[in-house]
Structures are given as C-alpha cells and as structure tokens.
Design a binder for this molecule. Structure first.
Ligand code: AMP
Ligand code: GLY
Length: 421
C-alpha cells in the first residue's frame, strides 16, 4: 500500500519514518514535504484540495494521513472521504475543537470538562467590563488557528487591553483572508501548575491513549520569551501517570461523548494540552492532530505498527487496540533560526553528517546550491533515545553539536523542568 502524508514539518518526517517501518506499506510519499524529507522520501508539491484528491485517485493512494492542522480545518479529510479515500484526520466540523477556541470552550463548559474560566469578547468595547471579572495575569487568545502564536499572557490590564486591541485589529485588517475566520477573542483565567500533553487515538466511539509528552513552547531557557510552535519535547513523563485515569474519565471520555452528541464524532488523533493544577488536570487546549515536536518523540517509542493503529481507527476497532511503547525515553531538541518566532534570516547553509541519521526530522529547510539551507524558524528536530531522560538528553545534545549553521539556536534546558506543584 502507498501512504500519503500531508504536511511539511518534522512531525510529518517522523510519521514517514514510522510508516516506512510498516510491513504492509510499500511506499511513503509526503505532500508537500520539504527538501530535508525529500532526501529520504518522495515529496510532491500538492498545494490545493483538488490537487491532492486528483493525485490520490490517480496514484491509487491506500491511505492519507493528514499531519498538520490547517488542511484539516480547511476540510481536506471530508473532501477526500467523499471521493472514497481512507483518511486519518477528523472532519472539519470535529476539528473545530482546535480551529475555534470558542467552540472548544463552549463545549467544555456545557459538558463540565475541567478548563480555565473564560469569557468570549465579540467586540473590543467589551474589554473593560469583562477584564474586571479576572485577576492578573490574564490570558488573551485568538479564536482561530495561530500556529502557537495567538496567545498572550498579560500581567496587567494595560497589557491585556493592548493584546485584545491588536487581535481585533488583526481580524479587521484581513477581511478577505480565509485563514482568519475568528469569531472573537477569548479571555481566560491564568492557570498555575505544570503542563503535559496526552494523545487519544479515537475512532469516534472508543479511544486508546499514548504515553504522556511534554513540549517546551517558550522561545528561551527557563520558559522565558514569546510562545513558539514548540522548541523541544520528551516522552514519557512519569510524573503525569497518576493523573491518567482522571484525565481519561473527566476529559477524554466526556469530550468524545460530547462530539458524538452534537453530531461530529471525533475520528483521529486528539491532542489534549493539559495543565496539572492543585485542583487536578485542566484542559489548556485541544488540537486535532499529533503535536510537533511531540510526534518526533512519541513515534520513535511506539512499538505497534502505525498502519495497524490507522486501520483500527478506520475500521472502528480501537477497542481492540493494545498500544505499546518501548521502555525508553525520547527527547527532541528543535534547532531554530536566531530571531524565531520573530524575524530571522533564511538561506543559511547547513552543515551536518551525511547520510542523514535516523531521528533527524526536518522542518524549515530548502535546497541550496550545495546542500540544505534554512528556510524557516524551526529548522529541524534532533531526537535522542536512551534508557532514561538523562541518557536521551545527552544523546540529543551530542548529536546537535555535529550540525552547524550561522543562525543556529536551540534551548539548552529541554527536559529539565521540575514537574511538581
Ligand atoms: P495554547 O495555544 O492555547 O496551547 O497556548 C499556548 C501556551 O500558552 C500554553 O502551552 C501555555 O503555556 C500557555 N497558556 C495558554 N492558556 C493558558 C492558561 N489559561 N493559563 C496558563 N497558561 C496558559
Ligand atoms: N507542540 C505544539 C503543537 O503541536 O501545537
């Protein structure tokens, strides 16, 4: 069978590596992929929904795995399913759990799923009234997809007012931009605690959960600086295990039940971004896919055949799935471009070991005149695997020393957080 993976980052590279290990898969193709992934797997520049559908039908693609959120929010999975294709990703309606923070908050509120208290602002002039209901810091979020960059933690009323103003003006400045379909701004109580992610593999009715993973979203060491798409991750997170049952019973089960109830059964990977607080685990966000860089550390630990997992979703047999993970730790460090998530230089030549060792997952790279050059804020994710966190960390950071480019930047403290209240 040929599998087509949709996306262009490290997560899709890790998915390709996992699918390539499946006995029943003869070919792995990535669309659009990137110049780094293309060193190992064929990448095809398919950019629109019709282009993807035509390609799948023409090339007899057995299964499509959509890695990234935007095509899911755009309705790619529905569009391909209508043509009779097998697709791993939720429908556009179900993906509102990620594509609209307002949708997710309203669903959680209605179903009593633990999350931060919130208010929805549909007009900027509601700021004064609603801000008076919150303590500081307060969290201000855009409704729609923002690649991890639509969240402001505001220490004062003035900061919050500025964040709200800048979000509303970003909506009104782009009336014709289809990416910005926000219905408003969410104001949220700031949750204290420590963060962890759990992934549920769901066929709409039943689910199986993975090991826990922990991302590091802030740009700089000690969790300082602006939020990014993710600067590094590791899995498993043993301190989270005591909360697993509670998360499954109070968060995942009712969320999937709610989605069935409203007529949008959730089929695919549900990413639960959680804050462990003194009152127990609470949802910070849902995403409708694997995380990036979380996928890069989860997939190397997976002991099941990834195709079997996908088939369990497609055949509604997740109740039979026995997920198995290696007794090891994986830790990934994202190599970024200095300046990310703000402005950064592109086109910088990358020198690195050749052939590309496994567990090197490319994202912001392009083909230069003599090898790969940087083309994005997050350039690649390098993963170490070891018996414990210290061993995985050591391997990942040692491997990074062999990779060089002028604008190379990474956090030096991935995996060093104290996960306690
Ligand atoms: P999100 O895109 O909603 O995951 O938010 C990005 C990051 O902002 C999260 O990973 C948290 O670190 C932080 N964050 C978001 N919402 C809250 C909240 N209510 N309380 C504390 N931190 C938050
Ligand atoms: N690592 C965060 C995300 O994938 O949204």
């Amino acid at each position: 069978m040929t599998v087509l993976i949709i996306g262009s980052g490290g997560r899709e590279h890790a998915l390709a590596e996992s699918f390539a290990r499946c006995g029943a898969i003869s070919k792995v193709i990535v669309a659009p992929g990137n110049a780094g992934i293309a060193l190992q797997y064929p990448c095809v520049p398919l950019n629109s929904l019709p282009e993807i559908r035509e390609y799948c039908l023409e090339k007899d693609i057995g299964m499509v795995f959509i890695g990234s959120e935007q095509p899911i929010a755009d309705g790619l999975s529905d569009y391909l399913r209508e043509a009779g294709l097998n697709v791993i990703a939720p429908s556009r309606h179900a993906a509102q759990l990620e594509s609209s923070k307002i949708f997710a908050k309203e669903l959680m509120h209605k179903w009593n799923i633990p999350t931060a208290k919130y208010r929805v602002l549909t007009h900027e002039d509601q700021s004064e009234q609603y801000l008076s209901e919150f303590n500081f810091p307060v969290v201000v979020k855009a409704d729609g997809l923002a690649a991890g960059k639509g969240v402001y933690i505001c220490k004062s009323r003035k900061e919050a007012e500025e964040a709200i103003r800048s979000l509303f003006s970003s909506f009104t400045n782009k009336p014709n931009d289809l990416q910005r379909t926000d219905r408003g701004v969410v104001l949220e109580e700031f949750l204290s605690g420590w963060e962890v992610s759990l992934f549920a593999i769901s066929d709409g009715l039943n689910f199986a959960s993975t090991v826990f993973a922990q991302d590091h979203k802030q740009a700089f060491d000690n969790d300082l600086g602006p939020n990014t798409g993710g600067m590094g991750a590791y899995a498993p997170v043993p301190e989270a295990e005591v909360y697993r049952k509670q998360i499954e019973e109070e968060i995942i089960t009712p969320t999937l039940a709610a989605m069935r109830d409203i007529g949008y059964p959730y089929e695919g990977i549900l990413y639960c971004g959680l804050m462990i607080t003194t009152e127990g685990p609470k949802v910070i966000e849902f995403n409708c896919r694997f995380g990036d860089p979380e996928a890069e550390v989860l997939l190397p630990l997976l002991d099941n055949d990834l195709l079997d997992i996908c088939q369990a979703i497609l055949n509604r047999k997740v109740y039979k799935l026995n997920l198995k993970f290696k007794q090891a730790t994986a830790l990934g460090v994202v190599l970024a471009s200095i300046g990310y998530p703000g402005d950064f230089e592109k086109g910088i030549t990358i020198s690195q070991p050749m052939p590309i060792p496994s567990r090197t997952y490319f994202s912001g790279v392009a083909e230069g005149s003599s090898g790969l050059v940087t083309s994005g804020g997050r350039v690649m994710c390098v993963v170490g695997v070891g018996d414990d966190l210290a061993a995985a960390r050591k391997q990942a950071y040692r491997r990074i020393d062999d990779i060089n480019y002028e604008t190379k930047y990474c956090r030096s403290d991935i995996g060093l957080r104290k996960n306690c209240l």
